[in-house]
Design a protein around this ligand. Structure first.
Ligand SMILES: *Cc1c(COP(=O)(O)O)cnc(C)c1O
Length: 445
């Protein structure tokens, strides 16, 4: 990883610097990062750090942009709960008419807790659904089961038969399409554990349609996550469209094509989301022309990623043999993406001094690693990063942390999980309180 300088354009629009009246009342006084109309220094003071902060306006805007991009095809957005499953965020999306993609019984319970009526817009994905989970989803009356193997098909038929309730089924097919992303989050190749090979699909659909309590309704596909080139989505969709024509020829009713999620976000540069999602929509929609299906979409990261940041304070500055480190109070247990995938996150100071604001200023910057307190060398947020000089006690914002941040948080090193705050205009609401060590000890004997 190379050093990168701060580019103001890279900042998500929900998080902007504003001049503050703090300290000297001068026009060139320090400026502070705001989330919407809320000063993030105040937020950190009130709620402590590490702290996840989300912008409600940004979540809504991104959902609306996504929805608008697909205006020309009948569609339902089923937000991927695993990207960020906070109840308040789910409720907010449900109010906008959003459906949900769940990958466990626990996520289904969250959706139902957020909005009882959302069940009819839920799709259930995942390679290892248990009979208990299948039964719970049948009872809730979800829209679609994305079945990933023949064994699962029979398990679902058995659970449905026991309840005498018909299960709406799509098979998740593996289109064998390569997409440029991290190998851990690529899913659309033959060698991956997901879905059934597209060649075997027709035979499986024939079996499914023979089962009394299964009802074939669609075809599903998901080729991976953090994919920024839209071409592979179109390629996968073209293969699925061919399959749909074959299946209809075989006499199956296909109402839905579930295109999965996976649209990437720009972690390293500024990007206009509406343009990206329009390109994505064109790539997905083109192969579907004339098919008369409802398109289901399962975006996670692209809705919530840039709408959240992780705020952390600098505990210590240190140097080992000339190498600089900023030790911060957030760690890999709070945000594991850098440790797990070597992921890049833009990091910016919450308070900016005037020299840092002027274009091209480098005098007050340094190259440093930003690391957490956990006892692992992998516990870093950035390596050899060029950053404005900050002192002990100063705050940093780790950007684009809204997706796969808090949901992947753990209690490693017996670290209580961070609090989450949702900002809307000038108000901030705690949507998950900070954990206490006593919360962690409670489940143990
Ligand atoms: C993870 C996942 C998604 C969401 O992926 P994003 O990259 O966050 O958009 C959607 N569908 C399925 C089946 C998934 O596993």
């Amino acid at each position: 990883m190379t050093a990168r300088s701060q580019s103001p354009a890279a900042r998500p629009p929900g998080f902007v610097y504003r001049e503050t009246k703090r300290g000297l009342l001068r026009r060139d006084g320090p400026s502070v990062l705001y989330c919407e109309d809320v000063d993030m220094l105040d937020l950190a003071e009130q709620h402590g750090t590490p702290l996840y902060v989300y912008s409600a306006a940004m979540i809504r805007e991104r959902y609306d942009a996504f929805d608008a991009a697909f205006r020309e095809v009948p569609h339902t957005i089923c937000y991927s709960v695993k990207a960020n499953s906070n109840l308040t965020i789910l409720r907010m999306l449900a109010r906008k008419g959003c459906g949900f993609d769940v990958v466990s019984g626990g996520e289904l319970e969250r959706v139902l807790a957020a909005d009882r009526k959302a069940a009819k817009k839920v799709v259930f994905s995942g390679v290892g659904k248990t009979r208990e989970e299948l039964t719970a989803a049948l009872k809730a009356g979800i829209m679609l089961f994305n079945v990933e193997s023949e064994s699962e098909l029979w398990a679902l038929a058995e659970c449905a038969g026991r309840l005498r309730k018909t299960a709406p089924v799509a098979l998740r097919v593996n289109p064998d399409v390569a997409a440029e992303t991290h190998p851990y989050i690529s899913t659309g190749l033959r060698k991956h554990k997901f879905g059934v090979p597209i060649r075997d699909a027709r035979a499986l659909y024939a079996k499914a349609s023979g089962a009394r309590y299964l009802k074939v309704r669609g075809v599903s596909v998901h080729i991976g996550s953090q994919i920024t080139d839209v071409a592979p989505f179109g390629e996968a969709m073209a293969r699925v469209a061919d399959l749909v024509r074959e299946l209809r020829g075989d006499g199956h009713r296909i109402d839905y094509i579930d295109a999965g999620g996976g649209l990437g976000i720009a972690y390293e540069k500024a990007s206009a989301f509406s343009a990206d999602v329009e390109a994505y929509a064109r790539s997905l929609s083109a192969p579907l022309r004339g098919l008369d299906v409802r398109l289901l979409l399962e975006p996670g990261r692209s809705i919530i990623g840039p709408a959240g940041v992780l705020v952390t304070s600098v505990l210590y500055r240190k140097q080992n043999d000339g190498k600089r480190f900023l030790v911060v109070d957030a760690a890999m247990n709070d945000l594991i993406r850098p440790a797990l995938y070597g992921a890049y996150h833009e990091i910016i100071p919450v308070k900016q001094s005037p020299v840092q604001q002027s274009a091209g200023a480098t005098a007050k910057s340094e190259v440093t690693d930003i690391v957490g307190p956990v006892c692992e060398t992998g516990d870093f947020f950035a390596r050899d990063r060029e950053l404005p000089v900050v002192g002990e006690g100063d705050l940093l914002a780790i950007l684009d942390a809204g997706a796969y941040g808090m949901v992947l948080a753990s209690n490693y090193n017996t670290r209580p999980r961070a609090a989450e705050v949702l900002v809307s205009g000038g108000t901030a609401k705690v949507i998950r309180r900070r954990e206490k060590v006593s919360d962690l000890l409670r489940a143990e004997s």
